[in-house]
Design a protein around this ligand. Structure first.
Ligand code: MN
Length: 729
């Protein structure tokens, strides 16, 4: 075993030296020894020493041509996760760059994959790329996965399927995006082996059955191309291969074909020195075989988004079997096999930070490819240019995509607005964090909610990064304001009721309120309050409606009571004569005047005073003069009962005094308020009071108490007005 380990390590060292003559062998060896010690007696499922896995994974990164740090990190890639070794230790021994790479791979390893919907899978791929930050982390992770897939046999059945599915859905597409064709093919074929062993076996068996036929066919085509190259003096390598199993599998199943019906099982490759040779070879191939129209693709002129460059053409030889020929240069070939990794290799030795290198190749990609596909690819590939996005997990493992800088608040609202509105706390990776905690790629975010939560705080709007969360919080406050509005509106409505001497308890009477709501065209009493609260409706208007209905209902009541009364007292009271709308019981045709002290209007409860020589003067029962006279017992016989008779459209003169907090604009505001209430003002005078306050005396003509009350409430609603009084009280 020990020998096998040392042998494998030796192979790795040789492989790296092949492309990196400046390798610090001691450093690589130290990494190997460190990893071997750290993994100790750990064994893999197949019984081999665990250290074999990192060595083989590192070998794959060496095949990709990765730099020394990346190869060392591959040797150490399972140390942080599986051994007592720490980031600090690795930093001390091999530097921060290696330690960060190892930590990056560890993070990806911790991402647990379970089968997901297509959109979630795409998010997960993006998240892995974003988490990796450094492209080398992804490349090491792919090497790790490739070796695990190659040695999956020893694993249990369910583990194999799980890993195969993850590889097929996550890692093979990532390898494809990175242009790593060879790795992608191998990952796909290995995944298929565990996902559909029977389908895989059928294809390999059928290919084996045809093996001799296919091999001799490929040999003959290869030779004909080689001869032609030699005749034309073109230096090139020709190879033939069967297409990889998964691509045949996909064609068979998507097109519902038998293997024999699959169009092209074979592909040939001609690798030459220069681009002009590529086009030259294309001409020779089309001269040798019959090209199939519409099957020619020039990916040299227009590279694929993943940097792939080649000429493809499909032709038919004399055997009548179609086959594909790919023509490319050596450099293009390397890129096709290793993709980004190949690019990485070419960029080695160029001075500058790793970031600059990374951006350089993305830039060159953008420059060389103007089509939208390429831009999409670059967008998906941004790695740490993913600066505008962050991907986190729900506790269930769903991936949530949020803008960079997002907080638990953004997370909660992206789940559901109710989750956000009732959030009371948040945990990231199991630890309690404040609401403004900035989420990192791969974080597992958990939100605590409570039905008792009072809702979001105002400052959440500025903490949240996503417009979704912000607008949901704003919505909540708008709704919350509705509640404030309702409370506010209810208070004004009830104050207005009080002003009109209507008890709040009257609201509960019969169906009155529901009739009122209908008339006001609102669906609920809360809607009415909210409308009053935000100013969409005045409390007065609502109260007026309510009073009308109340009166209507009471009239019915009164009529009923009167009928009862009439039945008990058959004698109707004598109908008196009305003077100025006043009915005086004892006197006919007397002179009636309305007192100036309290200016009664129809609707007021009134009392009459027989003046000396000037008929009857009418006072309100609340009039201070009347109350004083009564209290003193003066001339009790001169006070007589009077009542309002039928009043027509005559106007009654009355007055009001209005106390206000400031004089400014007072007259204008009073005039505006009263004209809106269609109350006629005959005069206004304003007197300033100490302390900037003011009092206005108004003379008005009104039809009755209703109209006067309307005027009073209008005036009371003015912001400057502190109170409105009728005189004489
Ligand atoms: Mn591993």
């Amino acid at each position: 075993m020990e020998d096998a380990v040392l042998k494998s390590y030796g192979e790795l060292e040789d492989k790296v030296k092949e492309y990196n003559p400046n390798l610090n062998t001691e450093r690589l060896r130290a990494a190997f020894e460190f990893a071997r010690k750290a993994h100790g007696n750990q064994l893999r499922k197949d019984g081999s020493p665990f250290i074999m896995h990192p060595i083989k994974a590192a070998y794959i990164t060496a095949e990709m041509g990765l730099d020394e740090d990346a190869v060392i990190a591959s040797l150490l890639h399972d140390c942080i996760e599986d051994t007592p070794a720490t980031h600090e230790e690795i930093t001390k021994l091999f530097g921060a760059s290696v330690a960060d790479l190892v930590e990056g791979v560890t993070k990806l390893t911790r991402v647990v994959y379970t089968s997901k919907e297509e959109e979630q899978v795409e998010n997960l791929r993006k998240m892995l790329m974003a988490m990796a930050k450094d492209i080398r982390v992804i490349l090491i992770k792919i090497a790790d996965r490739l070796h695990n897939m190659r040695t999956m046999d020893a694993q249990e059945e369910n583990k194999r399927r799980e890993k195969a599915l993850e590889t097929m859905e996550i890692y093979a597409p990532i390898a494809h995006r990175l242009g790593m064709q060879r790795v992608k093919w191998e990952l796909e074929d290995l995944s298929l082996l565990y996902l559909d062993p029977i389908g895989y076996q059928e294809i390999t068996e059928q290919l084996n059955e045809r093996k001799e036929l296919l091999e001799s066919f490929m040999e003959s085509i290869k030779n004909r191309i080689k001869e032609r190259l030699a005749e034309s003096g073109i230096n090139g390598e020709v190879s033939g291969r069967l297409k990889h199993i998964y691509s045949i599998y996909r064609k068979m199943y998507s097109q519902n074909k038998e293997l024999g019906e699959v169009f092209d099982l074979c592909a040939f490759r001609v690798i030459v020195d220069t681009i002009s040779d590529c086009y030259n070879v294309l001409g020779q191939i089309h001269d040798l075989f019959k090209p199939i129209p519409g099957k020619f693709k020039d990916y040299i002129g227009t590279p694929k988004p993943n940097m792939y460059q080649s000429i493809h053409t499909t032709v038919i030889g004399s055997e009548g079997i179609p086959f594909e020929v790919q023509i490319r240069t050596k450099e293009m070939h390397h890129t096709a096999e290793y993709g980004v990794a190949a690019h990485w290799k070419y960029k080695q030795g160029i001075t500058g930070s790793a970031n600059e290198e990374k951006f350089a190749w993305i830039r060159s990609l953008l420059e060389s490819q103007q089509d939208t596909d390429a831009q999409e690819f670059v967008h998906a590939l941004k790695i740490d240019m993913f600066a505008d996005e962050v991907f986190v997990f729900t506790p269930k493992g769903d991936v949530i995509n949020l803008p960079a800088g997002a907080t638990p608040i953004d997370f909660a609202y992206s789940i559901h607005s109710e989750v956000g509105n009732h959030m009371t706390g948040a945990k990231v990776n199991g630890r309690i964090v404040p609401f403004d905690h900035v989420l990192q790629n791969g974080d597992i975010v958990e939100v605590a909610t409570s039905a008792a939560s009072k809702g979001p705080a105002r400052d959440w709007i500025s903490i949240a990064k996503s417009s979704e969360a912000r607008s949901k919080i704003k919505q909540w406050f708008k709704k919350e304001k509705r509640e404030e509005n309702i409370a506010h509106g209810k208070a004004s409505f009830e104050a207005e009721l009080k002003r009109n001497n209507i008890a709040v308890s009257a609201l509960a009477e019969g169906d009155i309120m529901s009739v009122v709501l209908k008339k006001l065209a609102v669906t609920s009493i809360d809607d009415m309050y909210a409308a009053i609260g935000y100013g969409g409706m005045t409390a007065l208007r609502a109260v007026n409606r309510f009073r009308e209905e109340l009166i209507r209902a009471h009239k019915q009541d009164k009529a009923d009571k009167q009928a009862e009364k009439l039945a008990q007292q058959p004698a109707a009271p004598p109908k008196g004569h009305t003077v100025n709308g006043i009915l005086v019981d004892e006197l006919d045709n007397c002179l009636i005047k309305f007192s100036r002290c309290c200016t009664p209007v129809p609707g007021d409860k009134v009392v009459g005073f027989i003046t000396k020589g000037y008929g009857v003067s009418v006072h309100r029962v609340q009039c201070q003069n009347y109350l004083n006279s009564k209290a003193k017992g003066e001339d009790p016989h001169r006070w007589i009962d009077v009542a309002w008779g039928e009043t027509g459209n005559e106007l009654y003169h009355t007055s009001l005094s209005v106390n206000a907090d400031e004089r400014k604009n007072l007259v204008m505001e009073i005039a505006t308020a009263l004209s809106a209430a269609k109350v006629k003002i005959t005069s206004v005078s304003v007197r300033e009071l100490p302390g900037g306050k003011a009092v206005a005396f108004l003379s008005l003509d009104v039809k009755d108490l209703n109209e006067l009350n309307t005027a009073i409430s209008r005036l009371s609603m003015l912001p400057a007005v502190s109170d409105v009084r009728r005189p004489g009280v």
